[in-house]
Design a protein around this ligand. Structure first.
Ligand code: ADE
Ligand code: ZN
Length: 339
């Protein structure tokens, strides 16, 4: 078992589904609250952790948006991002494509530039000092209207060099992708790739809409695609990846326990699935723990785990040359552990 754990630790991995606000650890939340003279309703780190019991996506989002309230200055966004990148470096996450939710901050009076400049500076330092490469994806909050998403897109146009794509997150049910058709169309015209959360709690129809109307290159979560065999075939045919988040799905009660997770079934159907941590500070683990516990619960083989890691690079927005380099590194690690 130790050997399997070492294998996962050594395996180069890409993370494609990570909300930077969801990497805010209670310790940093406390530190920033103090620095910014913000009163939290919790008295200790332990009290915060105890509050992290969720019934569904919405019960998580309520506390997640509350926690993000301690992020005020550019330095706060830098510190948050830097802490996450240090974890990537420790866990052999070589490349990460992170989401940020500008509206969570601009709605509190924080400037868009403050948010993006802090994150971007840390990402540049992460590449230079830690060797972790990255891309940034801006998410629109789907519980807000399309007009607000357009305003956010306009703010982003001054920062096109820092953002590779746009995504869609927050409360899924009742807010289908069709609500954002026009702003995604405009985003594509402006040169952004598109992704969207779909089929986490919402039905397969939302995944169809994400494909047909938002023209997504990846589906975030997408675990409910399994309910629709025509949809599965479409995802396989077009090699659309699902960025699956096992710990998140357990914490938000999409599945009762890891043993019930459908990741292996999705893999067996020929889908490109990868493993990601989503909001690791809230869901109890970063990448290696997600990989390890999922592999154990679903009895994945070394080759299956390596396939998941390979999928993560294949589905990323890096160049073909960079992808090949990571595939070769994965092969070396597999060869080392198979003997
Ligand atoms: N925002 C942060 N995490 C999310 C998730 N798992 N689903 C939707 N929106 C989110
Ligand atoms: Zn997510």
């Amino acid at each position: 078992m130790l050997k399997f754990q070492n294998f996962i630790e050594e395996l180069p991995k890409a993370e494609l589904h990570l909300h930077i606000e969801g990497s805010l650890e209670p310790e940093l939340m406390f530190k920033l609250a103090e620095r910014n003279k913000i009163k939290l309703r919790f008295n200790s780190v332990e009290e915060i952790r105890e509050a992290y019991n969720f019934d569904n996506l919405q019960s998580f989002l309520d506390i997640y948006y509350e926690g993000a309230g301690v992020l005020v200055h550019e330095q706060d966004f830098y510190d948050l991002t830097w802490e996450y990148l240090e974890k990537c470096a420790r866990e052999n996450v070589k490349h990460t494509e992170i989401f940020f939710d500008p509206q969570t901050h601009t709605d509190r009076g924080i400037k868009f530039d403050t948010v993006i400049n802090g994150i971007d500076k840390a990402l540049n330092d992460g590449k230079e000092k830690l060797g972790v490469s990255s891309n940034l994806i801006m998410c629109f909050l789907r519980h807000l209207d399309e007009k607000a998403a357009f305003e956010t897109l306009n703010s982003a146009l001054n920062h096109k060099d820092k953002i590779i794509g746009v995504g869609l997150d927050s409360s899924e049910v009742g807010h289908p992708p069709s609500k954002f058709k026009n702003v995604f169309e405009k985003s594509i015209e402006e040169g952004f790739f598109t992704v969207a959360h779909a089929g986490e709690e919402g039905p397969p129809e939302y995944i169809w809409e994400a494909l047909d109307l938002l023209k997504v290159k990846r589906v975030d979560h997408g675990v409910r695609s399994i309910e629709d065999s025509k949809l599965v075939q479409r995802l396989v045919d077009e090699n659309i990846s699902l960025t699956v988040c096992p710990f998140s799905n357990i914490k938000l009660r999409v599945f009762d326990k890891l043993e019930d997770h459908n990741l292996k079934k999705l893999l067996d159907l020929g889908l490109n699935v990868c493993i990601n941590s989503d909001d690791p500070a809230y869901f109890g683990g970063y990448m290696n723990q997600n990989y390890f516990e999922t592999a154990e619960a679903l009895k994945l083989t070394i080759d299956e785990v390596a396939k998941v890691a390979r999928n993560s690079f294949e589905a990323s927005f890096i160049s073909e040359t960079e992808k090949q380099n990571f595939y070769d590194q994965i092969t070396s690690v597999v060869d080392k552990y198979r003997v």
